[in-house]
Ligand binder design. Structure first.
Ligand SMILES: Cc1cc2ncn([C@H]3O[C@H](COP(=O)(O)O)[C@@H](O)[C@H]3O)c2cc1C
Ligand SMILES: O=C(O)c1cccnc1
Length: 339
């Protein structure tokens, strides 16, 4: 439970590293399995990554937990989304009745789904007028996200629902990494050219209004992000503190966790970016972290959908890592030395 922004910053400065011994043992095992070295490509990296964060050379994938945080955004009144704000609570009801994309994907993946609606009747403030959240509301949302992560999860996926939040995400990215507002704005649910121009305008206005907050990464998140982005940040930090590997969904989730990287260059080492969202700025943002998303399916939904699809790859990585025989076990001849 964080009482102050300083307490969050202090935790991020001192976040734990992975268990390098477990990762080295997992890599050693990969080298002994019945395949040419490296032939399972990124699946091998994923098994080693999971081993390091789980602290065991034989990673597990029994408990996958998908956390979807929902929030509303005052800036929607400026015409930045193709849909009205009441779709947020309507979609939360849809999640509860099992009718959304994320419900089907969690079933396929065998993932638990936990949906947390955060004060939907009390939208984050229009960031062109001041910060999206008071310090108190920001801390509350971060703590909700932090508490939502079960320490015994083998893998956590984070996602969101919040009409207007591709604008919030663009604001966070702009606040953290500068560039031009145009670099960070995209079409979200499908705004037309006029809508995209309005997004750029509100981002520039929000940047000016909140400039005093933007010297700090947490300030940028509080200025633009609203509750569900603050909660995803809290959940990502909790994963790190609790030793849980993290799969990040698309543009909105990536922007929410970006302050971890801005505050500590190793802050996202426990995270894998599940897919490259079709939201145009996503690639630019992930490239900042030196990471390459796993999938590129042209998805741009949110809800954690891309992250949950990518759990199927992690399953493939874990099953091959744990289930394959070694050369010695199978009596398969090893590579001949090349002279
Ligand atoms: C029916 C529906 C279901 C969704 N599920 C996720 N989103 C996605 O779209 C929203 C962000 O886009 P924008 O910034 O343009 O409003 C978020 O709620 C995000 O999760 C949805 C959007 C809609 C309309
Ligand atoms: O990539 C995302 O997170 C995204 C893209 C469009 C709409 N909602 C979310």
């Amino acid at each position: 439970m964080f009482d102050t922004l300083d307490a969050i910053a202090e935790t991020v400065r001192n976040i734990p590293d992975m268990d390098h011994d477990a990762a080295a043992k997992a890599a050693e095992r990969q080298a002994q399995l019945t395949k040419p070295a490296g032939s399972l490509g990124r699946l091998e990296d994923l098994a080693v990554w999971l081993a390091g964060w789980q602290g065991t050379p034989r990673p597990r994938l029994e408990r996958i937990v998908t956390l979807v945080f929902a929030g509303n955004h005052g800036v929607v009144s400026k015409g930045v989304s193709a849909f009205p704000s009441n779709v947020t609570s309507q979609m939360v009801a849809n999640f509860e009745h099992g009718g959304a994309a994320i419900n089907q994907l969690c079933r396929v993946a065998g993932s638990e789904l936990k949906v947390m609606a955060l004060n939907l009747d009390e939208p984050a403030s229009d960031f062109t007028q001041g910060p999206s959240l008071s310090e108190e509301a920001f801390l509350k949302a971060v703590n909700i996200g932090f508490e939502a992560v079960p320490a015994d999860a083998d893998l956590v996926c984070i996602g969101e629902m919040g009409i207007g939040n591709t604008t919030a995400a663009a604001g966070v990215a702009y606040g953290l990494f500068e560039g031009a507002a145009e670099d960070w704005a995209g079409r979200g649910t499908g705004v037309d050219d006029e809508g995209l121009r309005r997004k750029v305008q509100v981002l520039n206005a929000g940047y000016d209004t909140n400039s005093a907050l933007l010297h700090s990464s947490l300030g940028a998140l509080r200025a633009f992000g609203g509750r569900e982005l603050a909660a995803m940040f809290g959940a990502a930090l909790a994963c790190r503190v609790k030793g849980v590997a993290l799969l990040v969904d698309g543009y909105v989730a990536t922007a929410a966790v970006a302050p971890l990287f801005a505050m500590n260059g190793k802050g996202l080492d426990h995270a894998v970016f599940a897919h490259r969202s079709a939201e145009q700025a996503h690639q630019r943002l992930v490239a900042r972290f030196g990471q390459t998303p796993l999938l590129d399916l042209g998805m741009r939904l949110g809800e954690g959908s891309g992250a949950v699809v990518a759990t199927l790859l992690i399953k493939a990585a874990v099953e091959t890592h744990n289930g394959m025989a070694t050369f010695a076990e199978a009596g398969v001849s090893e590579r001949e030395s090349q002279s």
